[in-house]
Design a protein around this ligand. Structure first.
Ligand SMILES: N[C@@H](CCC(=O)N[C@@H](CS)C(=O)NCC(=O)O)C(=O)O
Length: 263
């Protein structure tokens, strides 16, 4: 029995849902409402002391960290493989799955907060409420970044670096996709799954101009969206106001992003 503790638009939860649907595995979802701070309750923190979704519970055992979860699913349910068979293929695949853990995920959170969440938080919570929430976050560096974005929005210095890191990854993707249909070869693998949510997030923020001059990324993203797993794991979970707000607010930062990329 597989139970996923997740949130509808969480990028890391999207990764795990994509893998579950690609492999046709039955699973049950338990929505953790991040805005209501359900990930910071003592009950949730006992399951994941980092206070983060997703968590996959297999029978009674919780597994945390989306990259670890993806490999766990492959090990336990090897049919419909999402990992290349050869050692070299696996190495290529893991070069991509490491990218979110080495900075892209934090960069994505920075761009998302600065473009959209900051406006939502300001309209839904007063400063005191937000401070109380920040105090509870187990990851103090994450809390510090969020506080800085509340103060400086898009002008926070690391937001610019976050945009540039996305640009770097998109360019690396474009180069890799010169040689093969998917990121780690001619099969769709965990390499693609690891990156799909981050490109989707830029798209939802209205920043698709970031790959206007990268044709391989555009055709890769078209192929990704044509897979049934995308509708099931991503689109089906979009039907809430946060996501609409993401697009609306993100459009506003496109001129700043475009200027940064030109510079
Ligand atoms: N490295 C973790 C990151 C998980 C993560 O950052 N989850 C976000 C949603 S995408 C979260 O739970 N955020 C809660 C918060 O910001 O307080 C993974 O890959 O699972």
């Amino acid at each position: 029995m597989l139970t996923l503790l997740h949130h509808n638009i969480s990028v890391c939860a999207q990764k795990v849902r994509l893998a579950l649907y690609e492999k046709g595995l039955p699973w049950e979802g338990r929505e953790i409402d991040l805005m209501k701070q359900e990930h910071l309750t003592p009950e949730f923190l006992r399951i994941n002391p980092k206070g983060l979704v997703p968590v996959l519970i297999h029978d009674d055992t919780p597994i945390c960290e989306s990259t670890v979860i993806l490999e766990y699913i492959e090990d336990v349910f090897p049919s419909s493989p999402l990992r290349p068979a050869s050692a070299l293929g696996k190495a290529r695949m893991r070069t991509w799955t490491k990218i979110p853990d080495e900075g892209l995920h934090v960069a994505c959170a920075s761009v998302t907060y600065a473009s959209a969440f900051v406006h939502q938080l300001r309209s839904n919570h007063d400063r005191h409420e937000w401070e109380e929430r920040l105090k509870k976050l187990p990851d103090r560096a994450r809390a510090a970044r969020q506080r800085k974005i509340l103060e400086q929005e898009f002008e926070a210095p690391f937001v610019k670096d976050a945009v540039l890191l996305h640009d770097k990854v998109l360019r690396e993707m474009n180069d890799a996709l010169d040689a093969s249909l998917w990121l780690a070869g001619d099969e769709f693998t965990l390499a693609d799954i690891a990156i799909v949510p981050y490109v989707t997030r830029l798209d939802r923020l209205g920043l698709e101009g970031m790959w206007a001059a990268l044709p391989n990324v555009k055709s890769w993203f078209d192929r990704v969206q044509a897979r049934p797993s995308f509708d099931l794991a991503v689109t089906a979970f979009r039907s809430n106001s946060y996501d609409d707000e993401l697009k609306k607010q993100g459009v506003d930062v496109w001129p700043q992003v475009a200027a940064l990329l030109e510079a």
